[in-house]
Design a protein around this ligand. Structure first.
Ligand SMILES: NC(=O)c1ccc[n+]([C@@H]2O[C@H](COP(=O)([O-])OP(=O)(O)OC[C@H]3O[C@@H](n4cnc5c(N)ncnc54)[C@H](O)[C@@H]3O)[C@@H](O)[C@H]2O)c1
Length: 353
């Protein structure tokens, strides 16, 4: 599959390197409104730099668009790409509003195109091993999950943190464990949310002060269709430490994935229910070291070939946008909010099924 990257910022180089290393993928084009960004990317990793989005979308060598723009531009860029007849993989969130996300999914369906979206870290070896243990009943029926997405002060390393911080902690990082929990335990049916702005005044890595207005600390309690209750915390204030994993509490034991991000995360199981007895479980196959950004793109290419939906589906991503909206609305209105959308759960990776 020949890919065009739209948005050549911080994450574009890791994506492009991962594309270059993947079988069956080729970077053929890139564009970014900021001068020089697309040129620098293609100079290192190949392809043609287009001056505008319209020019990239008119390029017949592009089969699919990889949307790596800032979240505020996600829906607009994805819509333009679908209208131009390209398959799309979008970074998260798929859109800022659920009605926009749903409309994108419908547009893809009408045009016979595939839409996939991050987070897709569920496709990693550790995450697939974790999921397989749940399916195999290693801890019995799982009734409660705790998930932590404490991402700390991203302005200490990200060159342009304001666009990321403006999405809020739940929308930018809480979505990672939300994507994994909903894939395994089904869509959210009721959401209770709390959010606040813990540290509005920030200083960027050049020492320049700036202010943020969106919540940097959020907690959600979610009822899933499968009966699970999950408590998800996301923060751009709290120092990450150990708090970036998922712990599942089952009738017959506990299961811990210390990070939902890296494919090489440890996976720990205790069948006594005592955390002192946690023992490592070997991954289902040797893991990728870090995040393999191209994995959902390889899956998208296979989905096009095989005429099936991608594992990191747009339908699932649109549900996550409704969950985010519901968490925010619950905080505003002071009570639980019903979540109506659903999605077809993804299949495990072939090597994990
Ligand atoms: N930085 C990370 O570590 C990271 C990790 C995972 C996911 N992501 C996600 O990837 C996306 C991009 O993140 P980033 O950190 O690279 O942000 P960034 O701000 O560094 O880069 C975004 C780029 O998109 C460009 N852009 C904005 N509007 C555009 C438009 N309409 N058309 C084309 N280009 C446009 C900007 O000029 C910029 O170069 C975000 O959704 C983010 O959540 C980032």
């Amino acid at each position: 599959m020949r890919l065009g990257i739209v948005g050549c910022g911080n994450i574009a180089t890791p994506y492009a390197r991962s594309i270059a290393a993947a079988d069956g993928l080729e970077l053929v084009a890139a564009t970014d409104p900021l001068p020089g960004r697309a040129d620098a990317l293609v100079a290192e990793l190949g392809g043609v730099a287009h001056l505008t989005l319209a020019a990239l979308l008119a390029d017949p060598s592009v089969d699919a668009v990889v949307n790596l723009t800032a979240a505020v531009a996600h829906a607009e860029v994805t819509r333009a790409a679908l209208e131009a007849g390209k398959h799309v993989h979008s970074e998260k969130p798929l859109a800022l509003r659920h009605d926009e996300a749903r409309a994108l999914m419908e547009l893809a369906g009408e045009r016979g195109l595939l839409l996939s979206a991050s987070p897709a870290t569920l496709l990693g070896e550790a995450q697939q091993t974790f999921w397989r243990l749940v399916r195999d009943g290693a801890v019995g029926t799982v009734r409660v999950a705790y998930a932590e997405a404490n991402w700390g002060r991203i302005e200490t390393w990200h060159p342009t943190p304001a666009t990321i911080l403006s999405v809020g902690a739940m929308g930018d990082v809480g979505v990672y464990p939300l994507a994994i929990l909903t894939a395994i335990f089904g869509p959210v049916r009721r959401a209770l949310g709390y959010q606040t702005l813990a540290l509005p005044d920030r200083v960027d890595r050049d020492g320049e002060p700036f202010a943020i207005e969106t919540p940097d600390f959020a907690v959600a309690v979610l009822e899933h269709a499968g009966g699970l209750v999950s408590r998800v915390t996301a923060s751009f204030y709290t120092t990450p430490g150990y708090q970036r994993g998922i712990e599942l509490q089952g009738d017959d034991g506990i299961l811990w994935l210390p990070t939902w991000l890296d494919a090489g995360s440890r996976v720990l199981l205790s069948t006594t229910g005592n955390a002192d007895d946690y023992a490592e479980v070997a991954p289902l196959r040797p893991p990728y070291d870090g995040v393999d950004w191209s994995r959902p793109l390889v899956d998208l290419a296979a989905a096009v070939r095989e005429g099936r939906r991608p594992r990191a589906s747009g339908e699932h991503a649109a549900h996550l946008v409704e969950v985010l909206e519901s968490i925010e609305r619950s905080h505003r209105e002071g009570g639980p909010v019903e979540v109506r959308s659903s999605f077809t759960p993804p299949e495990p990776m072939p090597w994990a099924s």
